[in-house]
Design a protein around this ligand. Structure first.
Ligand SMILES: [Zn+2]
Length: 167
């Protein structure tokens, strides 16, 4: 299990978090969600991928619980750690106070994490939910029964559904 100190060291910047997400999102190469093209250019921001055919520019956070966060990814990773790794979890008030974010944002994010976790359990990703055993993968991918790479260490399943519903 990942220690908090290791998490902080490893994911100490937005860039590090995005790189990690992009590796999980496109583990077997790129495929454009719009047209299926497999070739991309660098997108307009860090680790975005832009389709060579249709110019669709995709963020590594798109379709994940990290999309359109109101706080940094570094904070998000740590919140996930506290929610998933500590016995008592962390209350919304505690999250808000500790990370200096508002309670509504804390509530929304915690809910996404919980849904992603229950999704992960549903999909039998791991009976034993630990941060370094999690897989970030979209619900659709999970539904397709795609094999989950062993190298994918960390966090919580991404659920496309979550961002779509705008929870
Ligand atoms: Zn495309």
């Amino acid at each position: 299990m990942l220690k908090l100190s290791e998490l902080r060291e490893k994911y100490n910047s937005e860039e590090a978090c995005l790189l990690y997400l992009s590796e999980l999102k496109w583990p077997n190469g790129y495929k454009c969600p719009k047209c299926g093209c497999k070739h991309y250019y660098k997108g307009r921001k860090y680790y975005f991928r832009k389709c060579q055919n249709c110019d669709f520019d995709e963020s590594p956070t798109a379709g994940t619980l990290f999309h359109k966060l109101k706080f940094s990814m570094v904070t998000a990773f740590e919140i996930i750690y506290w929610i998933t790794q500590t016995k008592k979890g962390m209350s919304i008030v505690d999250i808000a106070n500790h990370f200096g974010i508002n309670q509504k944002s804390a509530w929304r994010f915690k809910r996404k994490v919980q849904i992603a976790m229950s999704g992960a359990k549903r999909n039998k990703l791991s009976g034993n939910v630990e941060i370094d055993e999690f897989m970030l993968g979209s619900l659709e991918k999970m539904a397709q029964g795609r094999s989950l790479g062993k190298k994918h260490k960390a966090l919580v399943g991404i659920e496309t559904m979550i961002t779509r519903d705008g929870i």
